[in-house]
Design a protein around this ligand. Structure first.
Ligand code: 1VU
Length: 471
């Protein structure tokens, strides 16, 4: 009887959730044109340009107000749960509980207008100001892996910088992106902001993205996503910011707190089923501590695969002929992947681990799923050398567990990654349990690093000759 009541309760909850999603879509459908959605890319660009002109003549306090409206809208419990749930349902990537964390993080820890610090130079020849000024309309391409997080993060940064943003979401995340763009526009308009500060074309496609890339009214391009789309914007001939792939290695040496390292690695690797580009993707562990590390990882939800045949079967299951990950397995849970292999494990299993040689495909290719190869090495210097190779020159993210300051510095110097996390899970690098702000657009290739409002601005100089030096 108890079971029946529980099942009925769950069914009612599900129906209520579906009605809520429908209502959200219906309410916003009624004033489609006012909520940032357009049937053609040309209309969207036109509207975005108009909105940016209006934004340019509002004050900094207004911009900050719009940033706060975005934060508040996303942090509203119902909205947060809705976008997190729909992102997982539509893309079939990642896990709901972690999407909640990531969306909350983007809303709370993306800097606003305070990021735009002006410089002043004064002297006998007067006063010169150097300020962060908007580009205008920004074309921002967003991925399937972090669809809502990237929209929230980019919207806050770009609007704080005085720009408007035209999103080109990945087509496999179009529904949740539409919903979020509408939701944010509605809240902004209600707060008195110009309409269409954030916009998108209703049917995102590669064709529409290409039109956006080539339109001269779109002054800056920002691509967060797979290698192909990042390459496309970087070869557009326009100013572009590219945030692409990583393959973050972890090094664990004999001086590390092994128990903590094991937990941190499993936590980081399993976060949103390993899709963040900062997540732990392969481990290099010094032989003297490797067995302990593996044991503690097992204690923290790792499933150790030892049968070589089974490891090869896993590889055949989740990789394409070219050796990359099969899209249908990207962001799936360890339990799901093992189930597809015919292995039943409890829900507490978060990561699949195995020992492999350093040239193994799992080590050298970014899989974006909770499969974590471990390479046993003789010493920390070899671990750093192998980590450098596995990172593939992406210079994205690396993690090290060690108390040896000299070796920590060595790894940071050699790998030259945008993010280097020491003695913590990788997500500390984007502000979850680590100091510093959050971003979901980590621009390694183009050098902006962890982007924020100032990354999406032009530096301009304003000179007042022979006056206003009051020293
Ligand atoms: O092959 P083509 O070039 O003709 O087309 C590609 C690609 O260019 C295009 N595409 C898009 N089109 C329109 N709008 C977009 N927003 C867009 N993004 C990509 O679609 C074609 C297929 O590309 P794909 O990348 O979707 O390819 P797959 O379906 O094979 O791959 C799926 C994955 C998930 C593997 C792929 O998208 C990927 O590698 N993503 C990289 C992971 C990522 O999102 N990195 C940034 C993370 S930032 C972060 O985590 C911060 C913490």
């Amino acid at each position: 009887m108890d079971m029946d009541l529980k099942a009925i309760e769950q069914m009612v909850e599900q129906v209520l959730r579906e009605i809520q999603s429908e209502q959200m879509i219906n309410v916003t459908e009624q004033r489609k044109e006012g909520y940032g959605l357009f049937s053609t890319i040309e209309e969207a660009i036109e509207a975005s340009e108009k909105a940016q002109k209006k934004l340019l003549y509002t004050g900094m306090a207004d911009r900050q107000k719009y940033v706060d409206v975005i934060r508040k809208t996303v942090l509203n419990k119902e909205n947060l749960e809705l976008i997190s749930r729909l992102a997982v349902e539509e893309t079939e990537i990642g896990c709901y509980e972690h999407k909640l964390i990531k969306n909350r993080l983007a809303a709370e820890k993306t800097p606003g207008t305070e990021d735009l610090i002006s410089e002043a130079v004064t002297g006998d020849n007067g006063l010169t100001l150097i300020e962060y000024c908007p580009f205008g309309v920004i074309g921002a391409i967003t991925p399937t892996t972090n669809p809502t997080e990237t929209i929230i993060n980019n919207s806050i940064s770009m609007i704080a910088g005085g720009n408007t943003v035209l999103f080109s979401p990945h087509p496999r995340a179009k529904k949740v992106s539409r919903l979020l763009v509408k939701m944010l526009n509605k809240a902004l308009i209600e707060a008195g902001a110009p309409s269409d500060l954030i916009s998108m074309v209703e049917e995102p496609s590669l064709e529409n993205t290409e039109k956006m890339i080539s339109n001269p009214k779109v002054r800056l391009l920002v691509a967060t996503g797979g290698p192909s789309i990042v390459k496309k914007v970087l070869s557009s001939g326009k100013k572009a910011i590219g945030a692409g792939a990583g393959n973050p290695p972890v090094v664990v040496d004999e001086t590390a707190d092994i128990k903590k390292a094991a937990k941190d690695i499993v936590d980081g690797c399993s976060f949103d089923n390993n899709v963040p580009c900062i997540a732990e993707k392969e481990v290099f562990a010094v032989d003297s501590i490797c067995d302990h590390l593996i044991q503690y990882m097992k204690d923290n939800g790792a499933y150790l695969m030892t049968d070589r045949q089974q490891i090869e079967e896993l590889k055949a299951l989740i990789t394409t002929e070219k050796g990359g990950p099969k899209t249908s397995f990207v962001g799936k849970s360890a339990v799901y992947i093992l189930d597809q292999l015919g292995v039943k494990v409890p829900d507490s299993v978060r990561v699949i681990i195995m020992e492999v040689p350093k040239d193994d495909l799992f080590v050298q290719e970014e899989m974006m799923m909770p499969i974590l190869p471990i390479v046993r090495v003789s010493d920390v210097d070899t671990a750093i050398e192998y980590a450098y190779e596995a990172e593939q020159g992406n210079r994205h993210t690396a993690i090290m567990h060690s108390q040896n300051v000299e070796k920590l510095s060595k790894m940071a110097k050699i790998l030259e990654t945008t993010i280097f996390v020491k003695n913590a899970p990788s997500f500390a690098g984007i502000g979850a349990g680590g100091e510093g702000h959050t971003t979901f657009t980590i621009a390694g290739p183009t050098g902006e690093g962890l982007t924020s409002a100032r990354s999406f601005c032009r530096k301009r100089k304003c000179v007042l000759a022979d006056a206003f030096s009051i020293r």
